[in-house]
Design a protein around this ligand. Structure first.
Ligand code: FES
Length: 104
């Protein structure tokens, strides 16, 4: 069974910008963005080391971590620099104006 939490309102998501949203019970915020009309949600921490991804740079459909500059593909979560790393994409459900993400 999924652990679904409300991350934000749809209106809080800005095209091409990383936005971080605190979720009760979760250490790192959830980051949500929209690129080319598609919503993406991820853990707010890099899978390489504990660096906050909300401070990263979004370029098209890639996210560059501010820690060591590793680049992650938004669609797949794959890391271009280390194939052993993956940024796990959270499934999103829109209910009314709310964005819900499945953490598990
Ligand atoms: S902490 Fe993100 S690339 Fe190293």
């Amino acid at each position: 069974m999924a652990l679904r939490v409300r991350a934000c309102k749809l209106g809080d998501v800005v095209d091409g910008e990383l936005r971080a949203f605190a979720v009760p019970g979760v250490t790192w915020p959830v980051i949500v963005t929209r690129v080319d009309g598609e919503l993406y949600a991820y853990p707010g921490v890099c899978p390489h080391e504990d660096v906050e991804l909300a401070d990263g740079e979004l370029t098209g459909a890639t996210l560059t971590c501010p820690g060591h500059g590793y680049i992650f593909e938004l669609r797949t979560g794959r890391c271009r620099h280390d194939p052993g790393l993956e940024l796990r994409r959270y499934p999103i459900t829109i209910i009314g104006d709310d964005v819900w993400v499945d953490l598990l």
